[in-house]
Design a protein around this ligand. Structure first.
Ligand SMILES: *Cc1c(COP(=O)(O)O)cnc(C)c1O
Length: 362
């Protein structure tokens, strides 16, 4: 049975990228972000390969519980926090680290009877993103409320998130750091602020903990720099194969809606990858693939299971040839994301379960 399309996941590249995080932030502990099935790479295998990390982070309680069920003992932070008494109790039972960003969540915690305290709570400070976060004064009150509450939590820290860390020399980043710095200095609490872009470009934001996501998977968070330029290696290579070829004559239309028309006699190929696999329909008439080392343009609309390509760019192409969809220096997922009008995060997360993941251990 054909294994195509599949995602080749290079765990050696992943470990290399983790080393790069240490190189950029040598004095910080690393919380590896493996939410959304490790950005589409398969969370269990990725978590196993990240044994050198200091901690993990996910978005939701459900994701953290799956990791505990698989036996992972590392600290796991839940970015969204939890919202009910039962969830606080569950989080404590499984030694999970919570982010606190709503007064109501705190009210529930204060009334919850925990069998043992939570190991750690990050207090989410509003520094300028205006998404999840509490004002500085509010955080100071919460710190007071936690004082002496060894029944609730062992340790607390300060967290915040950048809204524009992918933009170099943007003064809003400095403003966010200043708000954090004030509270960090007066409280002396550990701080976690930097995502991938800040790890690379804002060393003042490193503090005690950094939390990389995208860079672990080898993609660049910056529009103006490639992962390779940042010393990163792509972890996912998405590959499929050529399942059909056809000779077209001038005037033949290709695919749904006839959105591409041959202007001369040509050879067209059909690749087994479509939006049902996570290949964005926004790549219609815009993407490219690699066959036998040659860049081959996508023509017509992307279908659910297939995409058509112009084989004039690779006359040697044959049925069953392997086709690289993304994940090489010549065809980075960042480049393709830009063509699709989105970001590499989204393309990686959207690879669907129909695509097998095959893990290379180096
Ligand atoms: C997803 C996420 C990260 C990781 O961001 P990258 O840009 O992928 O490094 C860090 N912090 C929070 C709060 C997140 O939601």
């Amino acid at each position: 049975m054909s294994r195509y399309p599949f995602a080749r996941i290079n765990l050696t590249a992943l470990q290399h990228n983790l080393q790069q995080v240490r190189y950029y932030a040598p004095h910080s502990k690393i919380m590896s972000v493996i939410k959304a099935d490790a950005y589409g790479h398969g969370v269990i295998e990725i978590a196993k390969a990240l044994e050198q990390t200091d901690a993990f982070a996910v978005a939701r309680l459900k994701e953290a519980l799956i990791l505990r069920q698989h036996g992972f003992k590392q600290p796991i932070t839940i970015f969204e926090g939890v919202s009910t008494i039962e969830e606080w109790q569950l989080a404590a039972e499984y030694d999970l680290t919570l982010v606190l960003h709503q007064q109501q969540h705190l009210d529930y915690l204060l009334t919850a009877k925990l069998n043992k305290p939570l190991p750690f709570i990050w207090l989410m400070l509003e520094t300028g993103m205006h998404r999840l976060g509490l004002a500085e004064q509010h955080i100071r009150q919460i710190i007071d409320q936690f004082t002496g509450r060894t029944d609730l939590v062992d340790e607390i820290g300060l967290m915040s998130h950048f809204a524009n860390s992918d933009l170099l020399n943007d003064t809003r980043n400095q403003q966010q750091i200043m708000v954090m710095q004030r509270l960090a200095e007066t409280t002396g609490l550990p701080v976690c602020m930097a995502n991938s872009a800040a790890i690379i470009s804002l060393p003042q934001s490193h503090y005690q903990w950094v939390r990389p996501g995208l860079m672990l998977y080898g993609a660049s968070p910056f529009a103006y720099k490639t992962g390779a330029q940042l010393g990163l290696k792509p972890v996912m290579q998405l590959v499929s194969k050529l399942i059909a070829t056809q000779q077209l004559k001038a005037g033949d239309e290709v695919g749904y809606g006839g959105q591409w028309t041959a202007d001369q006699s040509m050879r067209m190929g059909v690749v087994s990858i479509g939006y049902g696999d996570g290949y964005s329909r926004h790549l219609s008439n815009a993407g490219k693939v690699i066959i036998r080392g040659k860049e081959v343009p996508v023509i017509g609309r992307v279908s659910m299971d297939t995409v058509c390509v112009n084989l004039d760019a690779c006359p040697q192409a044959q049925l069953e040839d392997e086709v690289v969809i993304w994940g090489t220096d010549a065809l980075a997922v960042e480049w393709l994301a830009e063509k699709a009008g989105t970001i590499p995060y989204e393309l990686l997360c959207c690879v669907t379960p129909r695509v097998n993941r095959e893990y290379l251990h180096g």
